[in-house]
Design a protein around this ligand. Sequence first.
Ligand code: H2B
Length: 104
Amino acid sequence: MPPIAKLTKAQRKHIPPAWELVEGRDAIARAFRFADFSAAFAFMTRVALLAEKHDHHPEWSNVYNRVDVVLSTHDARGLTQRDLDMALAIDKLVGNAPMGDAGS
Ligand code: H2B
C-alpha cells in the first residue's frame, strides 16, 4: 500500500458520528452489541471480509454479544482516510439493525 497522510483537522469533521475518538491515541472506536454470540460473530465475519477487501484491518475484541472495534492506520501511526472509509463500510453493514449499536 502507498503511504497515506494522516487526516487534517478539517477532514476530522467527517468522522462518522457513531464513532468516538480514543483517548491517548489517534484512533476511533465504536461498540456494537448483538442478540447473542452467534450474531456478534457473524458481524465479525462480515467485517473480516471487508477488511481483506480494503486491506485495512480493525483492532477489536469480542465478549459474547459485544464487539468493540478500534480503527487506526498503523502505517501512518494515526487516523487516515482508510479509517473513515472502513468506519462507513462497517456502519453500512449494521444499517438500522435493532441491536447493531451498543451506544457508548
Ligand atoms: N490495517 C490497518 N488498520 N492499518 C494498516 O496500516 C494496515 C492494515 N496496513 N492492514 C496493511 C494491512 C498493510 O500491512 C498491508 C501490507 O497492506
